[in-house]
Design a protein around this ligand. Structure first.
Ligand code: 1GP
Length: 248
């Protein structure tokens, strides 16, 4: 529970957590290390490593290694399937894509991956993954029945089911690079339903401070950004903007 407790402690003390997502398929490990270093200087709280396609095996392991050499932040895996696990990470978002049509993404990959998580002593952080329109590659790969943006009740239903099944975190995902992030009304409805103890992460299409802040004000405990750090020259400056916007 080391990483999970650390994140929850930051939520308690600072109001919200910022997570930087690095897709191992998007750059060489040494570039991933540089991005993580800059993001760390900018004040991000942890680095997530994963991606919908091509983020498997030694690519993930080498990226994790480079990040760990470049900064002291916890590295949390964000795997699309059991192939996205790497033994040198600190923790894994042990997630189930609850609104998938495909049992592989709900329980089968979890069963394949669980013995590896156990064997390598990677900290599992229990998480429900709920994909909202437009859903992006995550929605396509995971065969999600996308939650319509104007139906917060559907997201609430999945979030409550996740809470009652004992999951600690709920990730509302609009898809990497989404043109529209998860609606504020949906974030608010989910947080109101699940309460303080269950942490709500929001990601997909968040690119600036005001967009991040609105979602934290609505109840998000953690904000994840990925694509924007691949696009800007000044990673430290962009992360500073996002972090400043969400911390109380
Ligand atoms: C994707 O939610 C994450 O899984 C991050 O999304 O790349 O759009 O920041 P972005």
């Amino acid at each position: 529970m080391v990483v999970e407790e650390r994140l929850n402690h930051i939520v308690e003390k600072e109001g919200a957590v910022h997570l930087t997502l690095i897709d191992p398929d998007s750059q060489l490990p040494e570039v991933a290390g540089k991005i993580a270093h800059e993001a760390s200087l900018g004040g991000t709280d942890a680095i997530m490593v994963g991606g919908s396609m091509g983020a498997t095996g030694s690519t993930v392991e080498q990226t994790v290694q480079a990040i760990k050499s470049a900064c002291d932040l916890p590295v949390i895996l964000f795997p699309a399937n059991a192939g996205g696990l790497a033994e040198n990470a600190d923790a894994v978002f042990f997630m189930s894509l609850l609104n998938s049509r495909d049992v592989n993404y709900i329980t089968t990959n979890q069963a394949i991956g669980a013995p590896l998580v156990y064997k390598h002593g990677i900290e599992p952080i229990s998480m429900a993954y709920i994909v909202i329109e437009p859903g992006g590659a995550a929605g396509w790969v995971g065969d999600a029945r996308l939650i319509p943006r104007n139906k917060p009740k559907l997201a609430v239903a999945y979030a409550l089911a996740a809470k009652y099944m004992g999951m600690h975190y709920i990730y509302l995902e609009a898809g990497s690079g989404a043109d529209k992030p998860v609606p504020v009304e949906m974030v608010a409805a989910v947080k109101k339903a699940v309460g303080e103890a269950t942490k709500v992460i929001v990601g997909g299409g968040i690119r600036d401070g005001p967009t991040a802040r609105e979602r934290v004000k609505a109840g998000a405990d953690m904000i994840c950004t990925g694509t924007i750090v691949e696009q800007v020259q000044d990673v430290k400056g962009k992360i500073e903007e996002l972090v400043k916007a969400i911390k109380s």
